[in-house]
Design a protein around this ligand. Structure first.
Ligand SMILES: [Zn+2]
Ligand SMILES: [Zn+2]
Ligand SMILES: [Zn+2]
Length: 289
């Protein structure tokens, strides 16, 4: 269970201990664990048919499934986005139960794997465990359209059991036992996108613009994850320079880049061009906050 920042500050002040001075047992109580399930752009890396040196790399960190992350706090578990690699990501991370899925937007690389929540529905069969999915109205509408059979009045046997919750992109909400602050921004002129702040962790993917009032919601974070497609500019995703500008403004203790294309280069070479507090994430990377 996450302890809100304010409560933690009062407690630590009362006991006159710093964050790091807490015994390991209590640190586990306060901290959350984040697993990068996928760090690739919409086509993934390697790209089908591509012969570039990144797509031919034998470094496992250059193999990027579609972008997704898992946030664990105590025994609660939230997954952000469920793209076409969702099944493989759940198998790789050995997951058999999740408390909620948060969707960032309606692009297929973020929702294409929703049908595979069926396995999680039936893991304790005959008990059926519906999966709670949270999304803005526009994204929820797309989920209802793409997976109409899951929302039909006359469902056939074995369809995904989903409880779809519409969120307001400007209003905090609870999901999976965690308090979540949505961070609304723009993906492109046609699409809005929602990032999420959970305690001192922020996860932003597929952003190209964040309005100044929402940048204020990022202040004071410990760890910031933000999309960086490649070095060259792109009209609907931050490039590395734009991601680094946001990171410099927010000044988190640590930042990670995600949603990377093969054009960003070899993983082992990206890091040499980044500031000390910034790393390119890679699939299966786990961090504690
Ligand atoms: Zn995407
Ligand atoms: Zn390539
Ligand atoms: Zn997108």
């Amino acid at each position: 269970m996450l302890v809100p920042d304010g409560v933690f500050m009062v407690l630590s002040g009362f006991f006159l201990v710093s964050h790091t001075a807490l015994p390991k047992k209590n640190r586990n109580f306060v901290f959350m664990k984040v697993t990068f399930l996928g760090t690739g752009t919409s086509q993934g890396v390697p790209v089908i048919g591509c012969r570039c040196r990144v797509c031919r790399s034998t470094d496992r960190r250059d193999r990027r499934l579609r972008t997704s992350a898992m946030v664990e706090c105590g025994d609660r578990r939230i997954v952000i986005d469920a793209g076409p690699d969702f099944r493989q990501q759940m198998l790789r991370a050995d997951v058999r139960q999740i408390d909620a899925i948060l969707l960032t937007h309606q692009h297929k690389d973020h929702i294409g794997g929703i049908d595979d929540v069926r396995a999680l529905n039936f893991v304790d069969y005959p008990t059926i465990r519906p999966v709670d999915i949270y999304a803005t109205h526009a994204t929820a509408e797309c989920v209802r359209k793409d997976f109409d059979y899951a929302f039909a009045s006359d469902k056939y046997r074995g369809v995904p059991e989903i409880r779809l919750h519409e969120i307001d992109p400007d209003t905090p909400f609870s999901a999976g036992g965690m308090e979540i602050t949505p961070i609304a921004g723009e993906h492109s002129s046609r699409f809005r996108v929602t990032g999420y702040r959970i305690g001192r962790f922020v996860y932003l993917t597929d952003f190209s613009y964040i309005p100044p009032e929402n940048i204020e919601r990022l202040r004071g974070v410990d760890t910031l994850v933000v999309n960086a497609l490649r070095w060259a500019e792109h009209d609907s995703h931050f490039n590395v320079e734009q991601a680094l500008a946001l990171i410099a403004d927010i000044a988190p203790r640590k930042a990670y880049l995600t949603h990377m294309s093969h054009e960003i280069g070899l993983h082992e070479e990206i890091g040499r061009r980044l500031p000390d507090n910034v790393e390119a994430a890679y699939d299966t990377l786990q961090i504690e906050i």
